[in-house]
Design a protein around this ligand. Structure first.
Ligand code: NAD
Ligand code: TYD
Length: 339
């Protein structure tokens, strides 16, 4: 299996590379990553030493057609897994443009290069956020209409539609995964769980948006990686597969769990101004993936969060390495507007 994986220095991409190279002796992988603020070479450093014959890093943009064509042909790539994206809702509210450039235009360039190269399989990583928001009952299925509410989710939904069009028009062998909120090692501390771990560890206030009752379905990142692997190896072309963690929780419960695990006081919690257009609830019906791929999430939230906290405690150098001046500047500007 000769793969091009994009965004492999990001959170889920890095976990996927560790998992895939560790479990498939025949896998050869090129990791194409632009190394934006969210890409961290440290997350994949071990791969170069561990698998020198089977792992190659390529620094660049999925929107660079010449580079992508060169990688596909030069390394005789058979399949693509596209994780590369701008991924943070709050940043998409501050500045939507890079989300359109990478998530929509970049994905189209990647699809087109892969089509010209006659790729055997193309797995595109999408999100439950393309479906919009739920009330207190029900769950998203693959047939739920797309109704994105943030610039991030709108850009991801646009890419999903391009994937659909490439399948319908060109019979292009694309599969789309839509997953709920991931957590685990190597996640950038702008997303809820690593941000709260970092702030609680530093005895800083923990900002909870609105009333804290917004619900997310948390999936441990390794379960999502297994879902992507199953899609790649067993999924049907042209199909969309939902993945979830069967762990629906209001944000405030997640925050309190982290505080308890770290032995910190709930007085650190600060309710701040809500996120504009904040989706109230996500929940996933992943019965199709269960039936067709044999997918079952293995980590419940209490096990996953314990492993996650332990990882961040043991990898403080990683946490420090991602907190650049630009990161600190964005975070302080964003939270100043909310308090
Ligand atoms: P991330 O922000 O941690 O990582 C994104 C990676 O993509 C970074 O390494 C970055 O450098 C790279 N990248 C960005 N623009 C690029 C470009 N133009 N060319 C090449 N590389 C580029 O994101 P993540 O949380 O790992 O998410 C990965 C994928 O999974 C995304 O497509 C995201 O939409 C999707 N997803 C994420 C979640 C979640 O909870 N994090 C849930 C469902 C789906
Ligand atoms: P996030 O990790 O940004 O993921 P997404 O918006 O893609 O679901 O946020 C998860 C939830 O946590 C979401 O409801 C927003 C909320 N949240 C806070 O309350 N405070 C914060 O500082 C952050 C980053 C998120």
């Amino acid at each position: 299996m000769r793969l091009l994986v994009t965004g492999g220095c990001g959170f889920i991409g890095a976990n996927f590379l560790h998992h895939l190279l560790g479990t498939h002796d025949n896998a050869f992988v090129v990791n194409l990553d632009k190394l934006t603020y969210a890409g961290n070479p440290l997350s994949v450093k071990a791969l170069e030493d561990r698998y020198p014959e089977r792992y190659v890093f390529a620094h660049g943009d999925i929107g660079d057609q010449d580079l992508v064509m060169g990688l596909l042909e030069g390394h005789q790539i058979e399949a693509v897994v596209n994780f590369a994206a701008e991924s943070h809702v709050d940043r998409s509210i501050s500045d939507p443009a890079p989300f359109v450039t990478t998530n929509v235009m970049g994905t189209q360039v990647l699809l087109e290069c892969a089509r010209q190269h006659k790729i055997e399989r193309f797995v595109h990583i999408s999100t439950d956020e393309v479906y919009g928001s739920l009330g207190p009952e029900g769950a998203f299925s693959e047939t739920t209409p797309l109704a994105p509410n943030s610039p991030y989710s709108a850009s991801k939904a646009s890419a999903d539609l391009l994937c659909r069009a490439y399948f319908k028009t060109y019979n292009f062998p694309v599969l789309v995964t839509r997953c709920s909120n991931n957590y685990g090692p190597y996640q950038f501390p702008e997303k809820l769980i690593p941000l709260m771990i970092q702030k609680a560890g530093a005895n800083e206030p923990l900002p909870v948006y609105g009333d804290g009752q917004h619900v997310r379905d948390w999936i441990y990142v390794l379960d999502h990686c297994r879902g992507v692997e199953l899609t790649l190896t067993k999924g049907k072309e042209g199909k969309v597969y939902n993945f979830g963690g069967a762990s629906e929780l209001p944000n405030i419960e997640v925050v309190k769990t982290i505080l308890t695990a770290l032995g910190k006081d709930e007085s650190l919690i600060r309710y701040v101004k809500d996120r504009p257009g904040h989706d109230r609830r996500y929940a996933m019906d992943y019965s199709l993936a269960e039936k067709e791929l044999g997918f079952v999430p293995e980590f419940d939230f209490s096990r996953g969060i314990a492993e996650t906290i332990a990882w961040y405690e043991a990898n403080q150098d990683w946490m420090e390495s991602v907190q650049s001046g630009a990161y600190r500047e964005f975070m302080s500007r964003w939270y100043k507007e909310r308090v």
